[in-house]
Design a protein around this ligand. Structure first.
Ligand SMILES: Cc1cc2nc3c(=O)[nH]c(=O)nc-3n(C[C@H](O)[C@H](O)[C@H](O)COP(=O)(O)O)c2cc1C
Length: 194
């Protein structure tokens, strides 16, 4: 029997009451129910300075980057919920992607943590479009760094009406749509992994 699919799940927001984290929780639960092992991380536990190439030359990669790279390398795919900021994705997301893209040693192949992986992208926003424009920007970045992006994405608008005070997405229709998308993605990522 083949090994179970391993996924790393993180949101592009560390906000206490993050809608994206609420949505990611539903996706992660559904991916587990579909048989995947999900490593759930909060980027709050991986603080990294704003990327600066002189800083990198001087100090190398931060320990938080090295640890996140390790967890990403161990995964077959990524579950990501990303907020939309001014029609793109969050600076936290970009900073994390940039640091993790860097090699630790001269003989490490470029983009080693990303190549051969797939990802499922979802978003939530208080606005009407749900953050879909940010997802298209994010999808373009991932495609250019060797990550296969699952064709379907979901962006959930008016999130303030759908997430309760405990950070739980309570809307049954969206929960089902997310769960069904997560299951589709687990099947897809499993086939890609072989
Ligand atoms: C700088 C900034 C820009 C924003 N731009 C957008 C935007 O373009 N589209 C949108 O739907 N929401 C936008 N928002 C609102 C975010 O969707 C909202 O803050 C959301 O709660 C962030 O996700 P989170 O709940 O996971 O932290 C913006 C928020 C900030 C702080």
């Amino acid at each position: 029997m083949s090994e179970p699919l391993k996924l790393l799940a993180f949101a592009g927001s560390t906000r206490k009451d993050s809608y994206n984290q609420a949505v990611l929780n539903v996706v992660s639960d559904a991916a587990e129910a579909a048989g995947a092992i999900v490593d759930r991380v909060s980027l709050a536990d991986f603080p990294m300075p704003l990327f600066d190439q002189d800083l990198e030359s001087r100090d190398g990669l931060p320990p938080t980057t090295i640890e996140l790279k390790k967890r990403m390398t161990a995964a077959d795919g990524l579950l990501i919920a990303s907020p939309e900021y001014n029609s793109a994705f969050s600076p936290l997301m970009k900073n994390t992607i940039d640091w993790v893209s860097r090699a630790e040693t001269d003989d490490e192949p470029p983009l080693s943590a990303y190549r051969g992986k797939s990802t499922l992208l979802v978003a939530a926003s208080p606005g009407g479009l749900g953050g879909i424009r940010g997802l298209y920007a994010l999808r373009s970045v991932f495609q250019n760094i060797g990550v296969t992006v699952y064709p379907s994405m979901l962006a959930i608008g008016s999130a303030y009406q759908l997430v309760d005070d405990n950070g739980v997405l309570t809307d049954e229709k969206w929960r089902q749509r997310l769960a069904s998308l997560a299951k589709e993605y687990v099947d897809f990522a499993g086939k890609l992994k072989g």
